[in-house]
Design a protein around this ligand. Structure first.
Ligand SMILES: [Mg+2]
Length: 129
């Protein structure tokens, strides 16, 4: 278990929260994710705009920490290696979304949704599940 997971486990054990149910933690991840999303309700600033807005950045840090902490709580209590599951998923995503294709569509920050090759790859992976 990595240092941050040990710290999260200690935090849970000290408060008697180490018996939380996975469903309750999953709900908390989503609730905190919604709080993060709420920071951008009715606005859609660029990365640079958020980086330069100290107040907004502080709010983002707090909500992002809440999401990370609940996600780590889930991994700790289910005895999952957070770094390994992230590595495994990144490896899967790297195959699913080839870098060269994704970079082609990344210039304006709008993603790949308008590229038919992207949708062909995505559909193929969904069928493979
Ligand atoms: Mg919060």
């Amino acid at each position: 278990m990595k240092k941050i997971q040990r710290k999260v486990l200690k935090h849970l054990e000290e408060r008697g929260w180490d018996t939380l149910k996975p469903g309750d933690i999953a709900k908390s991840v989503m609730i905190e994710g919604a709080e993060l999303l709420e920071l951008f309700q009715w606005e859609n600033p660029s990365l640079d705009e958020v980086r330069k807005n100290k107040e907004k950045l502080e709010e983002v840090k707090k909500e992002l920490a809440d999401v990370f902490i609940y996600a780590l709580e889930m991994s700790v209590l289910l005895k999952l290696d957070a770094e390994k599951i992230i590595d495994d998923k990144l490896e899967y995503v790297a195959k699913k979304y080839p870098a060269a294709l994704m970079r082609k569509n990344a210039k304006d920050g709008s993603g790949s949704g308008s590229d038919s090759e992207y949708w062909r790859i995505k559909k193929a992976y969904r069928k493979g599940k």
